[in-house]
Write a protein of this length. Structure first.
Length: 326
């Protein structure tokens, strides 16, 4: 059995679906609450649903699991309760790390590209402690993920017991089905597609950086199916451990993304620019691009989906159809 924390969330539910389709027994730890988040799991034949507050007791009753994929987190970059963020993103992650180490269970966990901050040090997934110490995340979410990465690498340097396989994945800008419960944290594609399909212009933020024109702000957009493929590949390669970027490896502009949406919807591309909110300006990232050489050197050789193909697939299979859920 594989435990997926955050298994009813965006990336988690896509992974649960893929594992169930392959006949793997899956336990999900998550909260469904009172919105439509349950629909993310409606098609998956998983075995158990464990409330996060009951997870420690559930683990205590387990002899061993085949793997733990820890995707559960406070993932909002605008969350202000740093105590809550630290409790969920660091303390829970540490308990899972310790349990996996004690029970010889592989652990794959979600880190984030937010650990790179504004990118002053680049986007190289170098896991040396001295390199990690130079990173400056811009928000509490990124700081919490960075802190756990440093804790993991510190335990390795100290020679402490570790899981037999451990992988931290620095996810970049993921988009795809089952992200609808995320509200304002949904991808631009999910938020803007209804307007594009209705023939309305996409609204993008103006730029306040001299090197980037309006709409020219750039991100590494990665389709969720690619993320799932990487995790499945890692689960089948217990010899691979480390801290890895997970993006497409190619930065694209928000204007490119808007044009890809219009192309998928079969309408002319129209873009209007609106002022960036004052609250976003101090911590806004103008460029992210994952260096993917380290994962490739570990043996992963599958191509990543372009935004044109990914947006088209997302629109045709989900957003424009009668059922947007995977």
């Amino acid at each position: 059995m594989i435990l997926v924390t955050g298994g009813a969330g965006f990336i988690g539910s896509n992974l649960v679906a893929a594992l169930c389709e392959r006949g793997v027994a899956v336990a999900v730890s998550d909260r469904l609450r009172s919105n439509d988040k349950w629909r993310n799991l409606a098609k998956a034949d998983f075995r158990e649903l464990i409330a996060p507050e009951a997870l420690d007791a559930w683990l205590a009753a387990q002899g061993r699991l085949d793997a733990v994929v820890h995707l559960g987190a406070i993932s909002s970059t605008t969350e202000r309760d740093a105590d809550l963020i630290f409790d969920v993103n660091v303390r829970l992650s540490t308990r899972l790390w310790d349990w996996c180490a004690a029970h010889d269970t592989p652990l794959i966990y979600a880190s984030s590209a937010a650990t790179y901050g504004a990118g002053e040090q680049g986007f190289d997934d170098d896991q040396r402690l001295a390199t990690l110490a130079q990173l400056r995340p811009l928000n509490a979410y990124g700081w919490s993920k960075h802190h756990f990465d440093r804790r993991v690498l510190g335990s390795l340097v100290a020679g402490q017991r570790t899981p037999p396989q451990w992988v931290g994945l620095k996810f970049f800008n993921v988009y795809g089905p089952n992200e609808y419960h995320k509200g304002t944290m949904q991808s631009v594609v999910a938020q803007k597609y209804p307007s594009v399909a209705a023939g309305k212009p996409v609204t993008l933020f103006t730029s306040h950086h001299p090197d980037y024109p309006d709409g020219g702000q750039m991100r590494d957009f990665v389709y969720v199916e690619d993320c799932v493929d990487v995790i499945l590949w890692l689960l089948g390669r217990p010899q691979v451990s480390g801290l890895f970027n997970l993006g497409s490896g190619r930065a694209r502009s928000f204007a490119d993304l808007a044009r890809a949406m219009a192309l998928a919807a079969g309408v002319p591309a129209r873009i209007d620019f609106i002022p960036m909110p004052d609250a976003l300006r101090p911590n806004y990232q103008y460029f992210t691009e994952a260096r993917m050489q380290k994962l490739q050197a570990a043996g992963y050789d599958r191509p990543f989906t372009s935004i044109e193909d990914g947006v088209r697939r997302y629109v045709e299979r989900y957003l424009a159809g009668p059922d947007p859920y995977r």
